[in-house]
Design a binder for this molecule. Structure first.
Ligand code: GLY
Ligand code: MN
Ligand code: MN
Length: 433
């Protein structure tokens, strides 16, 4: 897959282009302890290589070496402390590099790959430690051009090309996303069967995250949101430190990352296994919108269509619940619905949970759906405690229902629909367990 990705990227490069990609730096948690390492998604997409302190060079016009990796060298002592390294030899054998060097040889070796280059592709900001190095390199080459009349003259950001590519998933990516979705489904079902009043949100989080890891996921695709009661009206609530009270809803937004690809599901269910009347009213409205919004998806339809549909349906819902008063048209025109529904309906999903968002064409119009896109659909209503002028039975209710949708030739496939979302199905599952 990574080789094919490189070949497709090369097709997008101008002749005389050389691309440099730096993997993400290690993020320090404190003075000598690192955060769990996560590679840069574009770097991973093109190489499959997952170690820090690595640089990839793509030089299509070089007579001998077109794909070069600079990697951490084997080092007995460092490996005793921090684990095995791939090393220079296996960077070629396993990752298919035409040539590999130790990372400390980068300054010395990069020049020969730039000799005939006219454009340098590099994403500034992808690794602050490397940015300055690349800018200096570029400056040096541009200055040399003044005298020699040949060499580098243009710096190009490769990310738009990669975003275009990553927007449409290939077969291997889809397999991984399906697996990430399946594992995410298991985590949600585990949580629904385990939850009970008196439990703490973090205990439920532990069920979910343990399910992900024990199914071979890298971990979570983002910090799991386990929001009970009024906490569910905070969209990205992650402190997960409250007791789950009887008669409250639990909003669980959690997804697994499997072989670097993400799942992203939200379900909202009653802590004690039975929706109250008010919870049911809000929930049914969001669920009805959820189905209808997903049904707008098929190739050729504007990527904006599900969002417009969500505004229309959720606004109608707010009016029917008495959260807002007036005419739907005016409420939409003045964005008043944003008091209870304050984001866009979903986002692309892939190597990142909020994946490449190149959804506009050159005229800044929304593109249309194409087979191979994967998008989340996540309508919700959030009625924060203390909101004025709303029926008080709805205060502190937050409902979101999120699924991962693959666009197919004939319409769509819902990759995460096996987590129950009908009220009866949720109550059945919870009461059986
Ligand atoms: N979990 C973040 C989101 O659903 O977008
Ligand atoms: Mn989510
Ligand atoms: Mn999402």
């Amino acid at each position: 897959m990574h080789k094919e990705n490189r070949e497709k990227f090369i097709e997008k490069m101008r002749s005389g282009g050389v691309a440099i990609f730096a993997n993400a730096p290690v993020a320090m948690r404190n003075h000598d302890t690192e955060h769990h390492y996560h590679p840069n998604p574009n770097f991973y997409y093109l190489t499959g290589f997952e170690e820090p302190d690595s640089i990839c060079v793509i030089a299509p016009d070089h007579p001998k070496h077109q794909f070069i990796l600079f990697v951490l060298p084997k080092d007995k002592n460092a490996e005793i402390w921090n684990g095995k390294r791939v090393g220079v030899k296996d960077a070629c054998a396993i990752y298919g590099a035409d040539k590999a060097y130790s990372i400390d040889k980068f300054d010395e070796k990069i020049g020969k790959f730039l000799e005939e280059a006219k454009s340098l592709y590099y994403n500034l900001g992808s690794n602050p430690n490397i940015d300055t190095k690349i800018l200096n390199l570029f400056k040096k080459e541009v200055n040399a051009r003044v005298r020699s009349g040949k060499g580098l003259h243009t710096l190009v950001d490769p990310s738009p090309f990669l975003s275009e590519m990553r927007l449409i998933k290939n077969e291997e990516e889809l397999q991984r996303i399906r697996k990430a979705a399946d594992i995410s489904v298991d985590g949600h079902i585990a949580a629904m069967t385990a939850v009970h009043p008196g439990m703490y949100e973090y205990e439920l989080e532990a069920f979910v995250d343990a399910t992900f890891r024990s199914s071979g996921a890298n971990g979570t695709a983002y910090p799991s949101i386990v929001a009970s009661g009024g906490n569910a009206t905070t969209l990205h609530y992650t402190s997960n430190d409250c007791e789950i009270k009887d008669d409250t809803l639990v909003l669980l937004d959690a997804g697994a990352e499997y072989q670097r690809y993400c799942g992203d599901i939200t379900r909202t269910f009653p802590a004690n296994g039975k929706f109250t009347k008010a919870q049911r009213e809000v929930y049914e409205l969001v669920l009805d919108a959820h189905y209808k919004i997903i049904d707008t998806i098929r190739p050729g339809v504007s990527i904006d269509e599900p969002h417009q549909k969500s505004i229309e349906l959720l606004t109608e819902g707010m009016l029917s619940l008495g959260l807002l008063k007036g005419k739907a048209e005016k409420i939409i025109e003045k964005y008043k619905y944003r008091q209870f529904y304050m984001y866009r309906i979903g986002h692309m999903l892939g190597l990142d949970v909020h994946d490449v968002n190149c959804v506009h064409d050159a005229e800044c119009e929304y593109k249309t759906f194409e087979p191979g896109m994967v998008i989340t659909i996540e309508p919700g209503l959030y009625i924060a405690e203390g909101t004025k002028k709303v029926p008080k039975e709805y205060l502190g209710i937050g409902v979101r229902i999120e699924d991962d949708i693959l666009v197919t030739e004939s319409g769509y496939e819902n990759l995460t629909e096996t987590v129950p979302k009908e009220i009866d199905a949720i109550e059945d599952l919870m009461n059986k367990s």
